[in-house]
Ligand binder design. Structure first.
Ligand SMILES: C[S@@+](CC[C@H](N)C(=O)[O-])C[C@H]1O[C@@H](n2cnc3c(N)ncnc32)[C@H](O)[C@@H]1O
Length: 176
């Protein structure tokens, strides 16, 4: 009990609840939530992404901090909303959108217990293409299991990558 109290005090957690709650968010202090372009983007992509507002805010800010001469890539795009959001934050940059469109290649039952081999099979390349149509963006959809899906492709230099493939094998291989 003593150790738990010290732990909670050290990390500024609420000891009254038996869960790891951090301090309550004061949204009025989070400037990005009032950025009109950010708001428009999250409204546009919300039905096509699993990412929550805080992750979308991180992607918005971090991608803008990356080298503007580089292209951007999302590995694990699912229905494409996250990719479109990253592209919305940097509309003049090339966006590579990678997904197997078949879900996972392999799941390790010891390491990937949050996921099932049947997950994410419903997304389609055509669905993602439709999201980007009429947006006047430079983009390329790379269908197949990454990184093999890129083995015969010459990609432009990339300065921002969002890896969101969830499972151990795909994440490890994507880092090489
Ligand atoms: C959590 S979803 C991605 C969510 C997405 N970023 C969004 O904004 O909603 C994970 C995706 O990774 C894809 N995936 C898993 N392993 C992959 C691999 N080796 N290569 C390409 N895509 C992969 C799945 O098909 C699935 O669509």
């Amino acid at each position: 009990m003593f150790i738990k109290k010290i732990f909670h005090k050290f990390f500024d957690l609420d000891t009254k609840k038996d869960r790891l709650f951090t301090k309550e968010l004061k949204t009025k202090n989070i400037e990005i939530l009032y950025d009109k372009e950010f708001q428009a983007s999250i409204n546009e992509v919300k039905d096509y992404t699993l990412l929550d507002t805080s992750r979308l805010a991180n992607l918005w800010i971090l991608s803008k901090l990356s080298n503007p001469k580089g292209a951007m890539i999302e590995i694990g795009a699912y229905k494409g909303g996250g990719s479109l959001h990253i592209s919305n934050s940097n509309p003049d940059r090339k966006m590579y959108i990678c997904d197997s469109f078949k879900g996972f290649e392999r799941i390790d039952e010891n390491l990937d217990d949050l996921f099932k081999i049947t997950d994410f099979k419903e997304a389609t390349e055509q669905g993602v293409r439709a999201l980007f149509n009429n947006k006047n963006r430079s983009f390329e959809i790379i269908s197949g299991f990454f990184p093999q899906s890129c083995s015969n492709k010459k990609l432009q230099p990339i300065s921002f990558a969002h890896m969101d493939v969830d499972v151990y094998k795909a994440t490890k291989e994507s880092l090489y």
